[in-house]
Design a protein. Structure first.
Lengths: 157, 280
């Protein structure tokens, strides 16, 4: 057991727990944040993605020991921002959502990409989303959504 | 329950290593999967673990006249964004992992994992990378090729830690990494290839060839490379079949869930042919 201090969705959190737990389980079981999902559980699908210090990480591959003093934002926390509104509207407008299982991860990946590169090319978008699998859309509509978000949110990132 | 050690600084980390038998975890992107247990349960480590990702002393990157020094806990993303890292390594990192993995995984972790399919190893072998290894009483330096002993076998004592990856500054006319896998960035390679060369007055002064995932570790043969030094580019192109026959006995891939040995061997030869054909 260890004392783990971190920032979760803009609130400071301190918990006494096993640092050998996965961040994904802690978010879902201890904080009831079910936006991050377990898809593959091995870093291939990106359904569990969250932001760590504003960069996308797979919470299924992140031990709690590695988030000490870090800032974690899940889709729940991110959904309270203006940037989320822009990305959400872009996905809705282009039809980048079908079953929705991958969508929280896709939105986190979009935010992480636009944070570093506000005007990505098609190729850069593909690289940016390369860790996220979607079995419905065929990806083209999601790539359109990212382009639309970059356009509509010009100046936000 | 296994114990987790989260040292505050490198001294404490090395002291723990000298006193306890532990598995070292950096980014965790391989270790968590290798020790996967069930959803909702702690990671299924079989030994006590030592987390090194919080150690700022292992997150620096700097250079001198001859080498670039990369801290063992620096993320692949930070390495890729650095101005002083050789382009070949940056290109390799871009292909080896998705952004989410790049933000946490480390180069030293890929080395310590010593997978036959470790993508960074191919380019690091090509560049004659070295490692700095520390224990509480000692600091040593070793060539990567002498450090990796086989499939997941490394020459690291139980009280030792990889602290730096050291890359020589080299000048190549062309150097590239090519990965064959089912997905861009986020797949384990079926096989991989890296090639580099330098010429002077149309004669080869340096030529390097490496293959990944076709033997227990990276295939690179300096003796064969030396046979090509001093030759004209056109001469080497005419030696194509001979060169393929040199590498034939070294490329010994296996059948597994990702690919099979026939495909791996043939594509390895094709990548070698492409490299030779494009020398200029």
């Amino acid at each position: 057991m260890a004392k783990i201090k971190f920032k979760l969705n803009n609130q400071f959190v301190e918990m006494e727990t096993d640092p050998n737990r996965r961040l994904l389980d802690v978010l879902r079981d201890d904080f009831n944040l079910t936006g991050p999902k377990e898809g593959c559980g091995e870093g291939e699908c990106g359904a569990c993605a969250v932001l760590m210090n504003h960069e996308i990480v797979n919470s299924c591959c992140t031990p709690l020991a590695n988030i000490i003093e870090k800032e974690i934002i899940t889709i729940e926390g991110f959904s309270k921002t203006k940037k989320f509104e822009v990305i959400k509207d872009a996905y809705a407008k282009t039809g980048g959502v079908q079953c929705g299982f991958c969508t929280p991860g896709m939105i986190i990946a979009t935010e992480s990409l636009l944070n570093k590169n506000p005007h990505p090319t098609d190729f850069e978008i593909k690289i940016g989303l390369s860790g996220n699998l979607c079995r419905c859309t065929g990806y083209n509509l999601i790539i359109e959504a990212v382009k639309e978000a970059a356009k509509a949110g010009d100046g936000l990132w | 329950m296994v114990e987790a050690f989260i040292p505050k600084d490198l001294d404490e980390c090395l002291r723990i290593l000298s006193e306890r038998k532990v598995r070292i975890v950096a980014g965790g992107t391989d270790m968590l999967i290798q020790n996967r247990s069930h959803t909702g349960m702690s990671i299924g480590y079989r030994n006590d673990v030592l987390y090194i990702n919080n150690l700022n002393e292992l997150k620096n990157i700097y250079e001198d006249d001859a080498f670039v020094y990369i801290g063992a806990a620096l993320s692949l993303e930070k390495i890729m964004q650095s101005d002083i890292v050789p382009k070949l390594l940056k290109d390799t990192i871009l292909e080896m992992a998705s952004p989410a993995i790049r933000h946490t995984a480390t180069l030293a972790g890929n080395i310590g994992n010593a997978s036959p399919a470790g993508d960074s190893l191919v380019s690091l072998y090509l560049m004659d990378a070295e490692l700095e290894i520390r224990s509480i009483n000692n600091t040593r330096r070793v060539f990567l090729k002498d450090f990796i002993k086989g499939v997941r076998k490394i020459a690291l004592e139980s009280d030792e830690l990889i602290t730096k990856v050291i890359i020589p500054k080299l000048v190549f006319e062309k150097a590239y990494f090519k990965k064959v896998g089912p997905r861009l960035s986020d797949a384990i390679s079926k096989l991989s290839f890296a090639g580099a060369y330098q010429t002077y007055n149309n004669r080869i002064t340096d030529i390097r060839i490496a293959f990944g995932a076709v033997n227990i570790t990276v295939v690179r043969d300096r003796v064969l490379e030396k046979k090509l030094l001093g030759k004209k580019v056109e001469e080497i192109k005419e030696m194509m079949d001979l060169i393929i026959s040199w590498y034939d006995p070294l490329i010994l891939p296996i059948d597994d869930q990702r690919s099979n040995k026939v495909y791996r061997k043939e594509v390895s030869f094709n990548l070698l042919r492409e490299f030779v054909r494009n020398l200029n």
